[in-house]
Design a protein around this ligand. Structure first.
Ligand SMILES: [Zn+2]
Length: 360
């Protein structure tokens, strides 16, 4: 049994590695072609919330058999939180593995929104393209979910946190003391550990609500994180990426400690293949970016892994928070599209790989 399990894992890893190479090679040639296209207008125009909303509706109307669009909640300022599903038979829940992509938990980190929107358009427009069979395969064999703008209020205000009023760090003040919660600290991770062992997790003993890392008065206190929670609890997916910017690196649970999860070898295997495609630095356990990531109790990645068993990655895209060169943004989008296609392929074996890992 042990031998079989190990062999299966090794086979899957090798297959994944080969696919990543093939995808990278095929998209590299596509990139070369794109680079010779007419110079794109400068500077790059990032989509506003309304532009994103309009474009998602338009794509959904044009490709209603491949794409569904729904609101999973509303922000404090009343904006819909859009969730896109891409798949064949998109209006049915099929017995196919799921993959989730999210962007803009932090409202001042915009490239991830463009990556998600680009990917959605790319998938629906190329479904019938015979020269890109991997698009059709991904659409036919997986259920792809995207929440392209988790924090639209923050995006429109160009701020890291959301825009809801705070009433003191524990919500007990009758007056408004500040605005905004860092949504990627508001998940129940378990959230309270930040207050029980602050020094162990490189956190200050008291985190004022005005802090850019303020985690909210209690876990899932915010509309946006509640919406993601409800979504996650009612949909199945085994791999996910949440986009941030910037730094060109990849991290995965546990986000708050150097301890490994029971799925470290799988996290690492998938992460190495992502890194092979986008050439980003994969932060593995021994060199964990603790000074940077030490305070991330309450992240979506930890919660998605703990609650769902999903292999959830943060990908910090780009060399700057908001590149303005259209070619740079386009290249980010194209490269991450290759990453998404790889994840759709790997999702088809990941649950059996996980089962084999835990049997061995
Ligand atoms: Zn971020």
């Amino acid at each position: 049994m042990k031998k079989t399990s190990f062999f299966q894992i090794r086979q899957a890893v090798v297959a994944g590695f080969c696919l990543a190479l093939i995808l990278f090679a095929s998209f590299s040639s596509a990139l070369t072609t794109q680079s010779s296209s007419p110079i794109l207008s400068e500077p790059y125009h990032y989509h506003t919330y309304q532009e994103l909303t309009d474009e998602l509706h338009s794509l959904q109307e044009n490709y209603s058999s491949l794409m569904s669009l729904s609101s999973i909640g509303k922000t404090y300022e009343g904006r819909d939180l859009w969730m896109v599903k891409l798949s064949d038979n998109v209006n049915q829940t099929e017995d196919e593995p799921g993959v989730l992509f999210m962007a803009a938990h932090h409202g001042n980190e915009w490239p991830g929104v463009e990556i998600c929107l680009f990917f959605i358009r790319y998938m629906v427009e190329n479904y019938e393209n015979n020269s890109l069979p991997q698009v059709r395969d991904a659409m036919n064999a997986t259920q792809i979910y995207l929440i392209p703008m988790v924090n639209p209020d923050g995006v429109m205000a160009d701020t890291r946190k959301n825009c809801a009023p705070n009433h003191g760090p524990f919500g007990h003040s009758s007056s408004i003391t500040s605005y905004g919660v860092n949504l990627n600290r508001n998940y129940d991770d378990p959230w309270f550990l930040a207050y029980v062992f602050p020094l162990r997790y490189y956190l200050p003993i008291i985190l004022p609500d005005s802090s850019f890392n303020y985690r909210g008065p209690y876990p899932f206190s915010e509309n946006e994180t509640k919406a993601v929670k409800n979504f996650a609890e009612t949909h199945e997916f085994s791999l996910s990426i949440s986009y941030h910017s910037y730094g060109e690196f990849i991290v995965y649970p546990w986000m708050h400690t150097t301890k490994q999860t029971p799925d470290e070898s799988l996290f690492r295997s998938v992460g190495e293949n992502i890194s092979l495609i986008n050439n980003y630095y994969l932060s593995v356990k021994k060199d964990r970016l603790i000074p940077l990531y030490g305070g991330t109790l309450g992240s979506s990645e930890n919660w998605l892994y703990r609650e769902k068993g999903a292999l959830a990655y943060t990908v910090e895209v780009g060399e700057e928070r908001r590149p303005t060169d259209p070619q740079v943004v386009h290249d980010l989008c194209m490269t991450q599209t290759t990453v998404h296609l790889y994840l759709c392929q790997r999702a088809q074996t990941i649950e059996s790989e996980k089962a084999a890992l835990h049997l061995s």
